[in-house]
Design a protein around this ligand. Structure first.
Ligand code: UDP
Length: 321
């Protein structure tokens, strides 16, 4: 299939583009390079440097590349930023997303995979979080992702545009070419690895008095290769009613201290860690259930082990030094 990947120069998007190529698909990456990197786009994909807000270029790209399906990854995705600048999140995650849907509708493209977030559920009432659990986002980031998911439902009912939304938490790890390169970096695993490589002196643990097995926050770290596989599978599932799937690694998740211990084992570096204050807005535990996508599409994470995840991230970090 000919697939357009919006945000395909980003961390997860470039892994999705890679996996699509492995699966024999033709790939067009559409990215404004605000956060992505041109050299992250895999060599077999074509690249259009464009903004989703540029409706004319987007339509022209969809038309001239004879796109049959879209994986929509382009979005703003920082919770804190969304709280101080909701206008940006509504304009990009909702407004630009709708422009994409309207262009698809005009051209009769009826398959879309949407990269969503488990943050649409808000504060979890039980764990692991399932698709049928209430959706009640607690920040504009989750709210705008949910607004777009809801639009997808109605675009399917009225226009027959079929979609699959994938909701997940902490993408982690790396492929041979696609790894985390955020600036500034805020995510735990790359920060811990910066300590191991000597570019950072120590890691601060944001809170060690949570009600968890070692007092630090539990997250569901999911390998970017597993995420990419889920997106490719989901394209094949866009021929039935639109729906959402939660993606998680199964099990109890991983604490901050367990991530640091895995990084020590992988790198052989002592990685000094200091306890610090809790980060505002951090729930103690976030774990998602992927029972539904396993049942429907046969997806299971193949790289759920945190040590393997950290190892791949470390290989990527070392390859860029
Ligand atoms: N974290 C930490 N120190 C850091 C960065 C993150 O202790 O320097 C913790 C954070 O509080 C959270 C977990 O690591 O419990 C994962 O944070 P990250 O920002 O990577 O992802 P998030 O869970 O916010 O999506």
């Amino acid at each position: 299939m000919r697939v357009l990947v919006t945000g395909g120069a980003g961390y997860i998007g470039s892994a999705v583009a890679e996996e699509l190529l492995h699966g024999g698909h033709e790939v067009v990456v559409y990215d404004n390079l605000a956060k992505g990197h041109r050299d992250a786009v895999p060599p077999g994909a074509s690249f259009v440097h464009g903004d989703l807000g540029d409706a004319q270029l987007l339509r022209e790209t969809l038309r001239s590349s004879r796109v049959e399906a879209v994986v929509h990854m382009a979005a703003d995705s920082l919770v804190g930023e969304s709280i101080v600048n909701p206008a940006r999140y509504y304009a990009n995650n909702v407004g630009n997303g709708l422009a994409l849907l309207n262009a698809m509708r005009e051209l009769g493209i009826d398959r879309l995979v949407f990269s969503s977030t488990v943050a649409v559920h808000g504060e979890p009432r039980r764990l692991p979080i399932e698709e049928s659990d209430p959706t009640d986002p607690i920040n504009p980031y989750g709210e705008t992702k949910l607004a777009f998911e809801r639009a997808l439902r109605w675009y399917d009912e009225a226009y027959g545009l079929h979609s699959v939304s994938l909701r997940y938490f902490n993408a982690a790890g790396a492929t041979e070419r696609a790894g985390e390169r955020h600036d500034p970096e805020t995510h735990l695993i790359p920060l811990v690895l910066q300590v191991a490589s000597g570019t950072r002196r120590e890691i601060t643990v944001f809170g060690d008095d949570y009600d968890t097995r070692d007092g630090t926050c539990i997250r569901d770290y999911i390998h970017v290769i597993d995420l990419a596989r889920a997106h490719v599978l989901a394209i094949g599932a866009c021929d039935a009613d639109s729906r959402a799937y939660n993606l998680g690694c199964g099990g109890d998740g991983t604490t901050v201290l367990e991530v640091i211990a895995a990084a020590r084992a992988v790198t052989g570096h002592a990685i000094p860690a200091q306890p610090g204050a809790r980060r505002p807005g951090d729930p103690a535990r976030l774990v998602a259930s992927s029972a539904r996508i396993e049942r429907d599409l046969g997806w299971r994470p193949a790289h759920a082990d945190i040590r393997g995840i950290v190892e791949s991230a470390w290989r990527f970090a070392e390859s860029r030094r």
